[in-house]
Design a protein around this ligand. Structure first.
Ligand SMILES: Nc1nc2c(c(=O)[nH]1)N[C@H]1C(S)=C(S)[C@@H](COP(=O)(O)O)O[C@H]1N2
Ligand SMILES: [Mo]
Length: 519
């Protein structure tokens, strides 16, 4: 029994060391595709959409951590089994480890960002695990033999026992040390972080007087009320949605964007060429189609970039096209109606966010930002190709997984204060939040208490029709529990609907309802 435990520990140690060695090799050679991330991403791709939606509903943005933890537990379980089997029968456990390596190689091969060096990860992992497992289990057997041979010796002083324990202890120490090293390498994300910090973004080149709407925050746009969403969201606080298990690390010096498909001539542009073009800067509110009523998957930033329509004009779009399939280095794709990129709105190939190069998590070095459309059909991060095509011929990432093909943002509002379940003093109670209807603009926000009549809220001056807008209303409320609701109307007269609709397939509907106590 005790020997079986040691065999199990040998399996765990061998596979642990192998995985760490593989991750370390990948971190050095191919940081965007490591063995564990490749397996995890493949699992994500293979899961049926129902399971994915369920995972997102249950775990929210922790879904990836949960997936990684599940994979870790599975690996540990198989590693323990491999140790026990190897002890029972030489090579049985190593065969399992090799099978593991093959799974890693297949997963890496299925990743769009992988190159030849990416295979070093799973190969190193398997080789290290096989060698360590073989050596440890051989030492364990020698110990077992020396015990039975010695008969009365309880094994405590046997040299074979010492050899095994030294081997296992050494493996544990090396695993701990390299594990720490691998974590450190990951967190510094090496050279691209350095390159990003050394980029000096050019100033926007528009010198229009007066400056165009959306390029600045006008007086009166910020109501300055405690607890209200910041008018412009700090990049660190900006929500994040990506399917990639590991944030893609893209070297700007090697980045380029191709415009392909139904065009007169293909256009290729490098990062330096892009920075040299006349760039414009606009505030735009991004929203995720998965944002539930009252949710926080939305934010406003100041984006610096080149108008997509001008790039498309250089390529010459053919008349039969009606969609642009943008592709990320990680394989994610979005299908944007061609019209939204050419109708004059500020659809940008963005390089800057809030005055700095895009954060790596938000698409460094280049992403798309299209006002008025949900992110899943428009906001491709780490973008490297714009394929001009037709909805009839191409399907984007989420549109093959039960979400709609088109994604105009629905007129929405959210209550930020009072927070749900808060206690506020009786008297003047401030109810406030943000409302958005990108492209159309917000015309009015109304609030009501306990199902009573709708009352007009004070609307702050908007930055532009493409950004959210703060609102507030001061209500006289007596002690007790109260429920407030908000309802936005856009400048085209569209009123936010009160019927409850789920986020899938094309965005949630319903009124944000907040219950709190007045004391
Ligand atoms: N490469 C890539 N781009 C992507 C996504 C993704 O998963 N991968 N998610 C999209 C979705 S669903 C949204 S809502 C926005 C979110 O952008 P953010 O993470 O910068 O907030 O990015 C879009 N761009
Ligand atoms: Mo999204």
């Amino acid at each position: 029994m005790r020997r079986r435990t040691w065999a199990a520990a040998s399996g765990a140690l061998a596979v642990g060391l192998g995985v760490i060695a593989g991750e370390l090799a990948a971190a050095a050679l191919s940081p965007s595709v490591t063995p564990v991330s490749a397996v995890g991403s493949s699992v994500i791709d293979l899961l049926p959409p129902g399971v994915k939606d369920w995972a997102i509903a249950w775990f929210g943005t922790a879904d990836k951590a949960v997936l990684l933890a599940t994979i870790a537990v599975l690996i540990a379980g198989i590693a323990v089994a491999a140790g026990v089997l190897e002890y029972r029968r030489a090579f049985a456990g190593r065969a399992i480890v090799i099978g593991f390596g093959v799974v890693g190689v297949v997963a890496v091969a299925s990743r769009p960002q992988s190159s030849l060096v990416s295979f070093a990860g799973p190969v190193v992992a398997a080789v290290v695990a096989v060698l360590v497992l073989g050596a440890l289990v051989r030492a364990l057997r020698a110990w077992a033999r020396s015990d039975t041979g010695a008969g009365t010796d309880h094994g405590n002083s046997s040299p074979a026992r010492r050899r095994f324990l030294q081997g296992a202890g050494g493996a544990a120490v090396v695993a701990a040390a390299t594990g720490a090293a691998a974590t450190a390498v990951r967190s510094s994300q090496s050279t691209v972080t350095v390159q990003r910090s050394s980029i000096a973004l050019p100033a926007p080149t528009e010198a229009a007087v007066p400056p165009p709407e959306g390029s600045f925050v006008p007086e009166g746009a910020d109501l300055g009320i405690d607890g209200l969403s910041d008018l412009v969201t700090a990049s660190d606080d900006f929500y994040r949605i990506d399917t990639a298990l590991v944030v893609p690390v893209v070297d700007p010096a090697r980045w380029s964007l191709k415009v392909t498909g139904l065009v007169e001539r293909e256009v290729v542009i490098t990062f330096d060429e892009l920075l040299a073009l006349p760039l414009i800067e606009r505030h735009v509110t991004l929203a995720c189609v998965s944002n539930p009523v009252g949710g926080d998957l939305t934010g406003t930033a100041r984006w610096l970039g080149f108008p997509v329509r001008e790039l498309l004009a250089r390529a010459g779009v053919r008349p039969e096209a009606d969609m642009v399939l943008s592709r990320s280095v990680d394989g994610f794709t979005a299908g944007t109606p061609l019209e939204a990129l050419t109708d004059g709105r500020d659809a940008l190939l963005a390089v800057g966010m809030n005055g700095e190069p895009l954060p790596i998590e938000h698409g460094f070095p280049v992403r798309l930002v299209v006002p008025g459309l949900y992110g899943f059909v428009s906001a491709t991060k780490w973008v490297e190709e714009l394929k001009v095509t037709r909805f009839a011929d191409d399907t984007a990432y989420w549109s093959t997984r039960g979400w709609s093909e088109r994604g105009p943002v629905k007129t929405s509002s959210r209550i930020d204060v009072p927070r749900a379940s808060a206690s506020v003093p009786a008297g003047d109670v401030v109810v406030g939040g943000v409302a958005w209807a990108q492209q159309r603009g917000i015309g009015a926000v109304e609030v009501r208490v306990d199902g009573g009549p709708w009352q007009r809220a004070t609307l702050a001056r908007p930055i532009s029709a493409d950004t959210w807008c703060q609102y507030s209303a001061t209500l006289q409320l007596g002690a007790g529990r109260h429920t407030v609701q908000a309802r936005a109307t856009d400048r085209k007269g569209g009123v936010q609907s009160d019927a409850v609709v789920d986020p899938a397939p094309d965005g949630a509907e319903g009124l944000h309802t907040v219950t709190f106590t007045v004391t």
